[in-house]
Write a protein that binds this ligand. Sequence first.
Ligand SMILES: [Zn+2]
Length: 370
Amino acid sequence: MHLPKYTARVSIVLASLVVISSVIYQRYSQWEHQRNIQNSADKTEDFNPVLDSKSDGSWESSPLCRGFYKVICQGKEIVTDPTGIVQPDVRGEVEALRLYEMILHEHPSWTNEQVDEELVKRIYTPKRKRMLEEIFQWIQVRMIRLIRKQSSSIFSAEAKKLLVSRIENIRLEIPPPAQLYANEPDLFTKNDVYYESISAERRIIRVGGAYLLSAKSWFNRVFTIAHEMSHSIDPCELVNEKFSSVGYQNLLNCFQELNLLKAEQVKDRCVKNHFLGELFADWLATQIAVQALEVYSSRFKTLDEISNSVINSVKDLCHQESWLTQEVESHPPPKDRIEKIFGSHPGLQSLLSCPGEHKTIRYCTFEGKK
Ligand SMILES: [Zn+2]
């Protein structure tokens, strides 16, 4: 007796399509309007992240060096890096809902479960699933290495053991079968990628179907999944563990000195919201994303390719307007996330051939401010 549930689900999907289509239109026209104002007010700025080359063809520096946030969030809507693109979230959601609608039309007599199974088969293809699994393992290895290589004055042997075991315990849950997300079937058509600590032994990462359709760039997937995996060891997740370390203290002190974190947010210790955890996850994801860009660097042919890969790594951090207040309060503002936490990483600055001033930029590490 699937009919009532099935009919309700169909109505929800079709209604979502109508609503979401009008949201897209409104969002794009707002975005276009803002961009026109910005461009006319600031004509000397070149927001187009193209190669700044000298007449002899050698590279100068990427336009990103003049302002990450402006180039990433107010520049081109979609850029292509050697591994793919990152589309606005809503486009992936529409694509997923359209797939759902198509399956309903093709198989009107199917049960809800059959429709879900087919949707999952079309979205989470073996190739996409394999790519996610490889990225997940790639990140896991590097995160563990980052912890293990710290000196014993930063993390004691016990602290390292705890952090490493928490990272090792994360499982990536990717359908099929559709049953895997039985408690939240809406995730197939959503952009969310999230971490959840189910129990001491079970920590999971789940990936929304729409995310796979909107973010095809390998670099974006590395940053996004690394951010979620970082939550397994963020200061808020560790609140109930008997854990203290000089490394975390150094990092939090440094965030405060750089005005990324307020004293009351440290004092709050994750009671009001998880700002501390989100800031930490952005920072740790940056360490991994920069390694991904460095590993790939020998394959980049132009500075344009590097710039676009950097842009796509965090392109989807630009917008928090549609978020709930609680979510907004839990995350640093997009400009801080993109410019101060991600963009000022010294490895990124040198990859983009940013002028020498970046050597004076101070950046937070487990050892304090560098
Ligand atoms: Zn997060």
